[in-house]
Design a protein around this ligand. Structure first.
Ligand code: HSE
Length: 440
């Protein structure tokens, strides 16, 4: 039997602790599967005294993750601290520079420095694996990087943030408030250290930028993403969507268009009977549309200790099984230096249906004016509904809900801007894009 694979883990939060538990309780099974034992010989975390439910007494302890990466007697450095900057960035760089294999779950780090780190791994002849960085336990990185080799991908999209999907699902099914659902997602260990990253869409954007690179062979462009989170989604929107036969999901979408690659993250209405609409709670789903295979949809646990640790464990097992001297799969699907420049596709040209909710003053001619502004912008309506009157102490209000047929982003923006100048709109117009999956 080959020598044990020694690994060092930086970060012992929810995921780190789950990983240590899995590696220690399943060591026999892993030894058989990998042909060699896997041993955690070094760890680092901020607080040594915290009870994590794991025994670290036989592991070398480092207070500093960069020290661990630089000097521990290990072959694999596992980074589970998170964050695009230091210490994660310096620690991963130090590990790769020293010729260690690296496994990371850090989407923010990869979105910012992924190309540089992949190039360094290639230069040093080591593996940089990051399956857990996107969609938790779903093996989407491996699918894009390896299984779909030879396919031309046209679109990749999905639900990639467990926290947002958990919040939207519980709001819809139980009528709970946004705040209560977010608190529960934090308690369950789904949310980021700063949950604004989840609910404002940044976390989905980081993940999408990684998938875009793997799907289209372009440089990572995490700053070139149209971004809208779920903080403006109200129970009223969720209920109106349900009445019209839709559910609201936070989707990340990347697709090739005639002008370039369009990347966008925003709340999206999907038909209730589509598969992606049925994906509830912390579950994630990623759809990949390609020419040879057609549509591939993968669904599975997207956040939390075990889901993430399962993907990290798979990455470590791949390293344990790698034959010395064998050609390594490039981390980003093709050698980092052969990635093409990213060209942003114009969002203005995006075609799709739209849901528009307007709260308006209850006076004669408003309904007709809304319909006219739509017609002036060549927007064809699938439905237009006026909700029952709501009276406050000032004036009667109406809610008008429109669903459009396919139209452009630009037409919708122009129509809404025209409505905003009419003087009858109360508050802001709510606009939610509609996505129609191929397999709807
Ligand atoms: N906060 C992330 C989520 C964790 O909710 O999906 C997994 O990346």
């Amino acid at each position: 039997m080959a020598d044990a694979l020694k690994i060092g883990i930086a970060g012992l939060g929810t995921v780190g602790a789950s990983l240590v538990k899995i590696l220690t309780t399943r060591s026999n099974m892993l030894t058989v599967a990998c042909g060699r034992p896997i041993e955690v010989t070094a760890v680092s975390a901020r607080d040594r005294s915290r009870d994590r439910g794991i025994d670290t007494s036989r592991m070398q302890w480092f207070d500093d993750s960069v020290d661990l990466a630089r000097s521990a007697d290990i072959e694999v450095f596992v980074e589970l601290m998170g964050g695009a900057g230091d210490p994660a960035y310096s620690a991963v760089k130090a590990a790769l520079s020293r010729g260690l294999h690296v496994v990371t779950a850090n989407k923010a780090l990869l979105a910012r420095h992924g190309v540089e780190l992949a190039a360094l791994a290639e230069e040093k002849g080591v593996i940089l694996n990051f399956e857990a960085a996107v969609a938790g336990g779903i093996p989407v990185i491996k699918a894009l990087r390896e299984s779909l080799t030879g396919n031309t991908v046209s679109r990749v999209y999905g639900i990639m943030n467990g926290t947002c999907n958990y919040i939207l699902t519980r709001m819809e099914k139980e009528g709970l408030t946004f705040e209560a659902c977010l608190k529960e997602a934090q308690r369950l260990g789904y949310a980021e250290a700063d949950p604004a990253f989840d609910i404002e869409g940044n976390d989905t954007a980081h993940k999408l930028s990684i998938l875009t690179t793997l799907a289209f062979g372009t440089q990572i462009a995490a700053d070139d993403i149209y971004l809208e989170g779920i903080t403006n989604i109200s129970l009223e929107d969720i209920r109106a969507a349900a009445d019209l036969g839709y559910r609201i999901k936070l989707l990340g979408v990347a697709q090739k268009t005639v002008t370039g690659i369009e990347q966008r993250v925003h709340p999206t209405m999907v038909p209730q009977d589509s598969v992606i609409a049925q994906v509830d709670g912390v579950t994630n789903a990623v759809a990949i549309e390609s020419d040879v295979l057609g549509e591939l949809l993968m669904v599975g646990p997207g956040a939390g200790g075990n889901a993430t640790a399962s993907a990290v464990m798979g990455d470590i097992a791949d390293i344990a099984k790698a034959r010395p001297g064998a050609q390594l799969v490039p981390s980003l699907g093709r050698p980092a230096r052969q990635l093409e420049a990213y060209k942003r596709g114009e969002m203005q040209s995006h075609e799709g249906g739209y849901f528009i909710r307007l709260t308006v003053q209850d006076r004669t001619g408003v309904f007709a004016s809304v319909a006219t502004r739509m017609a002036e912008n060549a927007i064809s309506l699938e439905s237009i509904v006026q909700r029952p009157k709501v009276h406050d102490d000032k004036a009667a209000q109406q809610t008008i809900i429109l669903v459009t047929h396919a139209t452009t982003e630009q037409s919708v923006r122009q129509a809404v801007a025209a409505i905003e100048t009419e003087g009858y709109l109360i508050g802001k117009a709510q606009v939610i894009r509609i996505e129609r999956p191929k397999s709807a």
